[in-house]
Design a protein around this ligand. Structure first.
Ligand code: GLN
Length: 490
C-alpha cells in the first residue's frame, strides 16, 4: 500500500476500496516501526480524528481530490495540534495557536496529517544533523545523512513512511535532501507559496514546496499549496494555474522534442564527484533520446553564490531570530540576574551551535561600518547572479545539472566543519538567490566512498513561474525511467 503513488491512492480512496482511517493507520504503524528519527512529533489520536473526518467527507458527494491522503509537515510549519519546534530547543514545547497557511490549505482539502518531520534547527543545515531532536538517518544507508534541512521530509518519503510531505527551501533544503534520498521535490518561484506560519529563517529566500515520490504527485500537491495570501507580504498575486496540466502521457517516443536544455559549464567543474557526474550525464543523454537538445551555457557567478548566500541568509536570520528572547516564545532560562542576563542565558541555552554562528555572522555584517562592505555588496552580487540566469534563458528553456557535488556523506563527516557543508550547497544557492523555481528528481545511484548505493538527483531550474513546465519535463523523464519508483529495502 505504501508504495502507491498519490494518484493511485486517490483512486483507491474515492472508489472506497480503502478508507482514510485504514490508510492513516497503515502509515502510523510504519512510522512506529521506523528507526530513522524522521518524525519529531506524532499524535496518532489526532491523526485518526482527521482520518475519520476525511472518511466522512469521502462518503459525501464530490470530495476534494486529496481528501484522505496522508501528509506530514516539516516541523518549520506551525500547527495547532502538533508541537512546532523548528528543530530547536528554543521551541521544544511550543504549540502554535494557529495553522500555517500551507497546513490550513491541506487540512481544508481533507488531507490527514501524520505528524511533524524532523529538520535542521531553524532550517539551517545540509545534513539534518543540526536538529535538537537528533540526526535523521538516510533510509538507503543508515550510515549516511539524509541531507538537509528538510531531511526528515525526504527520509520519510524515501522510506515510504508518508506518501507526501512539505519542505522548505532557502538555499537548497528541498532539492538537496530530495537528491540524497532519491525522491522528487520542487521549490517554487519565490512568492508562489505563502510563508505565513512558516517559522522564518531568511525571509527573502524561504519558500515552501512539496516533496513526494514523483513529479506527478508533486504537481497534485502544489495545486493545493500555491496561491496568493494576504497574510504574507511577499506573496505574489499571480493567476491560479493548474500545475498538473503538463502531467500527460508521452504523445510520442520523443516527448521532449524542441526542448533546449541548458547545461551550465560551472556545474561540471573539478569539484563534482565522478559518480554524480556519470548519473547526471546519463540523465541528460536520456533527455536527448526523448528529443531534447543540449545547449552549453555559462552561469559565471556560480562560485559567488556561496559567500553571497552566507552573508544574506545569516543577516536575515539574525533579525528573524531576535524574536526568540525568552519573553514571547518558547524557552526561558530558569534563573537569571536581570533582563540582559535573562536574554543572554535564554538564547545561550535555547539555540544550537550553527544557529548561534549565523546570528553572530548576521549581526556582524549588518552592523554599522560593515553593512556597506558586506550586506550591500552581497545584495548587488545577488542581482548579478539573477542576471546570469536571464542571460542563460535566452538560449535555453530549462537548465539541468547536479543538485549537489557528491552523494550523501556519512553522518558526522562534516558535522564539525561548517564551511565544508556550506561549500556543498554550491549548485542550489544561486537558484534561491535569484528566486527561481528548481527541482530535484532521482536519476541514478552513486557509491560515495563506502561502496554503498546512494541516490543521485538531477536538478531542473526554470524561469520564473515555470513550475508546470518543470513538472511536465520531469514527468516525461519519469515515464521513461524508473529511478523514482525505487525505494530502499525495508
Ligand atoms: N544548506 C543551506 C543552509 O544551511 C540551505 C538551508 C535551507 O535551504 N533551509 O543554509
Amino acid at each position: 500500500m505504501h508504495t502507491k503513488t498519490l494518484t493511485e491512492l486517490v483512486t483507491l480512496l474515492h472508489s472506497k476500496q480503502l478508507s482514510a482511517t485504514e490508510l492513516a493507520q497503515h502509515y502510523l504503524n510504519r512510522i512506529t516501526a521506523s528507526d530513522l528519527n524522521a518524525f519529531a512529533h506524532v499524535d496518532p489520536e489526532q491523526t485518526l480524528l482527521q482520518a475519520a473526518h476525511a472518511d466522512h467527507l469521502l462518503s459525501q458527494a464530490h470530495p476534494h481530490t486529496l481528501t484522505g491522503i496522508p501528509i506530514a509537515h516539516k516541523d518549520i510549519f506551525v500547527t495547532r495540534h502538533w508541537r512546532s519546534t523548528a528543530g530547536s530547543k528554543m521551541l521544544a514545547n511550543y504549540t502554535s495557536p494557529f495553522d500555517a497557511s500551507v497546513v490550513e490549505k491541506f487540512n481544508q482539502a481533507g488531507m490527514v496529517t501524520l505528524g511533524k518531520l524532523n529538520c535542521d534547527e531553524f532550517a539551517m543545515g545540509s545534513a539534518n544533523e543540526n536538529s535538537y531532536f537528533g540526526a535523521v538517518k538516510n533510509p538507503w544507508d543508515k550510515r549516511a545523512v539524509p541531507g538537509g534541512s528538510s531531511g526528515g521530509s525526504a527520509a520519510a518519503i524515501a522510506a515510504r513512511l508518508t506518501p507526501a510531505a512539505t519542505g522548505t527551501d532557502t538555499g537548497g533544503s528541498i532539492r538537496q535532501p530530495a537528491s540524497f534520498c532519491g525522491i522528487t521535490g520542487i521549490k517554487p518561484t519565490y512568492g508562489r507559496v505563502s510563508r505565513f506560519g512558516m517559522i522564518a529563517f531568511a525571509s527573502s529566500l524561504d519558500q515552501a514546496g512539496p516533496m513526494a515520490q514523483s513529479a506527478a504527485d508533486c504537481a497534485l500537491l502544489l495545486n493545493n499549496m500555491a496561491g496568493f495570501d494576504e497574510r504574507d507580504s511577499t506573496s505574489l498575486e499571480h493567476p491560479a494555474e493548474d500545475f498538473c496540466r503538463e502531467i500527460v502521457a508521452p504523445a510520442s517516443s520523443q516527448p521532449l522534442s524542441g526542448l533546449r536544455i541548458g547545461v551550465p559549464r560551472e556545474f561540471f567543474g573539478p569539484g563534482l564527484a565522478a559518480d554524480v557526474e556519470q548519473a547526471v550525464r546519463a540523465a541528460l543523454a536520456t533527455c536527448q533520446q526523448l528529443g531534447a537538445t543540449l545547449v552549453d551555457i555559462s552561469l559565471p557567478k556560480t562560485e559567488l553564490s556561496i559567500p553571497v548566500y552566507y552573508v544574506i541568509a545569516p543577516a536575515e536570520a539574525s533579525s528573524n531570530l531576535s524574536r526568540f528572547d525568552g519573553v514571547r516564545y518558547g524557552h526561558r532560562a530558569a534563573s537569571y540576574d536581570g533582563l540582559t542576563d535573562m536574554y543572554k542565558k535564554t538564547r545561550t541555552e535555547g539555540f544550537g551551535e550553527e544557529v548561534k554562528r549565523r546570528i553572530l555572522v548576521g549581526s556582524y555584517v549588518l552592523s554599522h561600518g560593515y553593512y556597506d562592505a558586506y550586506y550591500l555588496q552581497a545584495q548587488k552580487i545577488r542581482r548579478l547572479i539573477a542576471n546570469d540566469f536571464q542571460e542563460a534563458f535566452k538560449s535555453c528553456d530549462v537548465i539541468m545539472g547536479p543538485v549537489a557535488p557528491t552523494v550523501a556523506w556519512d553522518l558526522g563527516d562534516k558535522a564539525d566543519d561548517p564551511v565544508a557543508s556550506y561549500l556543498a550547497d554550491i549548485f542550489t544557492l544561486s537558484t534561491s538567490l535569484a528566486g527561481l523555481p528548481g527541482m530535484s528528481i532521482p536519476c541514478g545511484f552513486g557509491q560515495g566512498e563506502k561502496n554503498s548505493q546512494r541516490p543521485v538527483g538531477l536538478q531542473l531550474i526554470g524561469n520564473y513561474f515555470s513550475e508546470a513546465r518543470l513538472l511536465g519535463i520531469a514527468h516525461q523523464y519519469q515515464c521513461a525511467t524508473d529511478w523514482h519508483t525505487r525505494h530502499p529495502a525495508a
